[in-house]
Design a protein. Structure first.
Length: 254
């Protein structure tokens, strides 16, 4: 098993560390970045090789979508698996003889609580191995079509930022109603982490969890009713449509 990284940023490092932890020898992993200094820094940090491998088993694309045209993928044959986390870049954009697997992870992979959407155009021993070790980082959601992947990614891929934005709004309201910034930050951190534990440890659905914390005639239920009356679901759906439309524009421009 040999692995080629074409660029290796924050997400790439998560996968580089995953491959090393799975038992791949550092001598069998090679990196190419935008500068000799960047490649050398990775080599010094992880002990991996620098340069292009002739026929790697797996190629991980750590580039930006707009950089795809700068990468020669024709050099890889049908026995090579290309793993692409490039947002909005469909498989037909890859000019290659190699197998292609599109993934759309989120940043929570680094804490082993990520979600990765997967669309594949092949089955192979290499792909099965990759998906097996990827499962260590969270849950994997197979997508029947690439359009399904793109639509679901507006929830799972963008989701952490949505939670942060909602928490930031509540923090600002905390201060508006007399609280200080530090206690607001800590309160929202505890709410996010504690709520996640409440659901997972209690093995409850979201609906079941709501029913246990909101009494029928209480103030919490009144606030939830106002969410519904003001069209919270429609507002969120509008976010997702905007994100999906932008995703399509990215796809057209690559």
């Amino acid at each position: 098993m040999t692995i080629q990284f074409i660029w290796c940023g924050k997400l790439g490092k998560i996968f580089l560390e995953l491959f090393l932890a799975s038992g791949i020898e550092k001598e069998n992993i090679s990196v190419v970045t935008g500068s000799p200094e960047g490649s050398q820094e990775l080599a010094n940090e992880y002990g991996v090789q620098i340069g292009k491998l002739e026929a790697p088993t797996l190629v991980f694309l750590g580039i930006k979508p707009q950089q795809l045209s700068e990468v020669d993928l024709w050099m890889y044959g049908k026995n090579t698996l290309i793993v692409s986390p490039l947002a909005g870049v469909k498989s037909d954009k890859f000019k290659t003889h190699a197998m292609v697997c599109r993934i759309m992870p989120n940043i929570l992979l680094q804490y082993n609580h990520g979600t990765t959407l997967v669309h594949k155009n092949t089955d192979s021993e290499t792909l099965n191995w990759f998906l097996e070790i990827l499962a260590q980082k969270g849950n994997i959601v197979p997508c029947k079509t690439e359009d399904e992947l793109n639509q679901l990614a507006t929830i799972s891929g963008c989701g952490p930022a949505y939670f942060f934005a909602f928490a930031q709004t509540l923090t600002e309201l905390w201060e508006h109603h007399g609280g200080d910034a530090a206690s607001g930050q800590k309160t929202l951190e505890n709410l996010l982490m504690g709520s996640a534990l409440y659901i997972t440890k209690g093995n409850k659905t979201f609906t079941e969890s709501i029913s246990t914390v909101a009494s029928k005639w209480g103030i919490t239920q009144k606030a939830l009713d106002t969410f519904a009356e003001k069209g919270l679901k429609d507002i969120i759906d509008a976010w997702l449509h905007e994100a999906y439309d932008h995703w399509n524009k990215l796809s057209e421009s690559t």
